[in-house]
Design a protein around this ligand. Sequence first.
Ligand SMILES: [Zn+2]
Length: 71
Amino acid sequence: MPYYCVNKNVQSNGDHEVHDLTPGACGRLPLASNQLSLGYHQNCASAVQQAKATYWQSNGCAYCCPTCHKS
Ligand SMILES: [Zn+2]
């Protein structure tokens, strides 16, 4: 089961991106100091839901969570 984080830094469009921390899964990970841990999730949908508890405007990363990325 993948381990997810959400970027503490906001994107220019207001999103906080959710990333899969599985080694090699994402080439666009935020700096470790900007990663807020979301824990293990079955899928990115669950991880984004968790992230929304902190950042209401959370979105899956286009690279590692494309099925949860809404542009
Ligand atoms: Zn990513």
